[in-house]
Design a protein around this ligand. Structure first.
Ligand code: FES
Ligand code: FES
Length: 212
């Protein structure tokens, strides 16, 4: 039987006491012992940030923290960000601005964003700062700009993300192309119009002789 140890933590503001093998990962303690399955396992080796939680205010990869190291710590998971049924301003911004993507990356993105906004202390971070702050949290399939916009909006950024001007340019460019397509479509019809009757040279000569 493997040795167990008692770990006392504050999880999302509530005291928690668990008896676990000392090297059990904090990620597993949270999911298995505390029933907080919002924290996800992606890579399991500290690369993807899907398992991010706040430990004493700093974002950490819960897949790399042995339970024994969390003894006495304040842990906040994604479940602890909302105040009861009300989403936090950051969560709201993620929802309204399309920053909430899949269930694997979003919890980690939110937790890492909370840590970043704690550091900037009410100042709106630049795009670059948000990207650096979230660099350890990966999305494998979508994109990051909406997340960056959501984090900045939650910090009070006034500027809504600009509608991509490229779309308008593309629409303008598309018009002449459609016209050209029409012309091209019409061309073969003219070519296919009734071919002119060709008069053979011998028939021409016979016609001339007849006229004389
Ligand atoms: S699961 Fe922890 S960093 Fe990927
Ligand atoms: S990993 Fe979640 S949307 Fe890409």
């Amino acid at each position: 039987m493997s040795a167990r140890t008692t770990v006392k933590m504050t999880v999302n503001g509530k005291p928690k006491r668990v008896s676990v093998p000392p090297m059990k990962r904090l990620l597993d303690v949270l999911r298995d012992e505390c029933g907080l399955t919002g924290t996800k396992e992606g890579c399991g080796e500290g690369e993807c940030g899907a398992c991010s939680v706040l430990m004493n205010g700093a974002a950490v990869n819960a897949c790399l923290i042995p339970a024994i190291h969390a003894d006495g710590a304040r842990i906040v998971t994604v479940e602890g960000l909302a105040k009861g049924p009300r989403l936090s301003a950051l969560q709201d911004a993620f929802v309204t601005m399309g920053g909430s993507q899949c269930g694997m990356c979003t919890p980690g993105m939110l937790v890492a964003s909370v840590a970043l906004l704690d550091e900037t202390k009410g100042r709106v971070p630049t795009d670059e700062e948000v990207r650096v702050g979230l660099a350890g949290t990966l999305c494998r399939c979508t994109g990051y700009q909406k997340i960056v916009d959501a984090v900045r909006a939650a910090a009070g950024a006034k500027t809504a993300p600009k509608p991509a001007p490229r779309r308008r340019a593309v629409a303008k460019r598309a018009a002449p192309r459609r016209a050209a397509t029409k012309k091209r479509a019409a061309a073969p019809k003219r070519a296919a119009a009734k071919p002119r009757a060709r008069v053979k040279p011998a028939a021409k000569r016979a016609a001339k002789r007849g006229r004389r």
